[in-house]
Ligand binder design. Structure first.
Ligand SMILES: O=C(CNCCc1c[nH]c2ccccc12)Nc1scc(-c2ccccc2)c1C(=O)NCc1ccccc1
Length: 329
């Protein structure tokens, strides 16, 4: 069957939380198309780490089974991470159900996750080759569910400061304008990766980024793009500066931000709304704002995170490894 769940933004759209039922226990988690581990806060964690969270209790689940000798350890580019043991249980996401899903029980989580008490773990939706479980790598929820879905797809409908949705096994065409533009994905790296070799700032000329590559990543808050894009963009924003102290580009909150169009696989130019690139104030008075578009390493993999998803409805097709995109309805 199909599954549909709400995607509720945390304050400031830092991440989006969706209800996941594991062994009959419903827990709010962050769906992450940029990684491939399903790990959860749980009763095995130290009490200090459990505080404030919904903690999965494997002992009260009648369907949980420990995966003897299995463990996981994952770290992310912001220095956060988690590690622990592994079991299997029945995981139900809005009706789409997998009976033997690998559920990773963190016994250690980094402080940024502990402090983020609205999020109780991640559901990895990138390709299973990135799963960190040892000694035997396990499959993602989507990989396990795909054969039972009417169509081998999940979609992300994320909104600025409003409730959106994730859907499995169905494409709801009332959620986007026009038709989806489809692009082949290169799954070699384990990400939903595509070429992204052109961009345009506001009504300016289309510019080239030879060899540009990007991933569609619901688990990363911002858009992390090539410095050439970021410099071209903020050269059009009065008062934009690279602010070492806060660790990225800031600008006056009153600045008029142009839209940014980025090429998706050579088939489609995805327009990211300028308003969404005004990410958050960095000072109490709200005079200086932090950019939702920040620079990665030159020539590196670009990460099109939630900032892009707020402008674009995205369908992930695991049947033919492609991505469909269209502006939100
Ligand atoms: O890991 C994910 C998706 N899961 C994020 C889970 C998560 C990690 N803190 C979270 C905090 C809240 C919610 C979810 C998460 N995406 C990818 S692909 C390549 C990189 C990368 C590799 C090396 C260097 C840079 C990026 C990342 C990355 O580290 N993004 C997070 C990030 C976050 C902030 C800044 C940069 C990158």
């Amino acid at each position: 069957g199909t599954g549909v769940v709400t995607a509720t933004p945390e304050q400031g759209d830092v991440e989006y939380l969706s209800p996941v039922t594991i062994g009959g226990q419903t827990i709010n988690m962050d769906f992450d198309s940029g990684s491939s581990d399903l790990w959860v806060f749980n009763t095995e964690l130290a009490a200090g780490s459990q505080a404030g969270h919904s903690n999965f209790n494997p002992e009260t689940s009648t369907t949980f089974q420990l995966l003897q000798g299995a463990s996981f350890e994952i770290s992310y580019g912001d220095g956060s991470g988690a590690a622990g043991n592994v079991g299997t249980d029945t995981v139900n996401i809005g009706g789409a159900t997998v009976t033997n899903q690998a559920v990773e029980l963190a016994t250690a989580v980094s402080s940024s996750f502990v402090q983020d008490t609205q999020s109780n773990g991640l559901v990895g939706l990138a390709f299973s080759k990135l799963n960190t479980i040892k000694p035997v790598q396990q499959k993602t929820f989507f990989d396990n569910a795909i054969a039972t879905l009417p169509i081998p797809v999940f979609t992300a409908d994320l909104r600025h400061a409003a409730v959106g949705a994730y859907e499995f096994g169905n494409i709801d065409s009332t959620k986007f304008n026009g038709s989806l533009s489809w692009t082949d994905v290169n799954a070699t790296s384990g990400f939903w990766q595509f070429s992204s070799q052109q961009f345009a700032v506001g009504t300016g000329p289309t510019m080239n980024l030879a060899g540009g590559q990007a991933i569609a990543d619901t688990g990363t808050t911002l858009m992390i793009a090539d410095p050439s894009i970021v410099n071209a963009y903020y050269s059009q924003v009065q008062g934009a500066v690279n602010n070492e102290t806060v660790g990225g580009v800031t600008f006056p909150c009153a600045a008029q931000l142009p839209d940014l169009a980025v090429d998706i696989g050579g088939n489609y130019m995805a327009t990211v709304r300028g308003d969404d690139i005004n990410f958050s104030p960095v000072d109490a008075a709200g005079t200086t704002c932090f950019g939702g578009l920040q620079a990665g390493t030159a020539g590196g993999l670009q990460i099109y995170g939630d900032i892009m998803f707020k402008s674009q409805f995205v369908a992930f097709n695991g049947g033919n490894n492609s991505i469909g995109m269209a502006p939100h309805q």
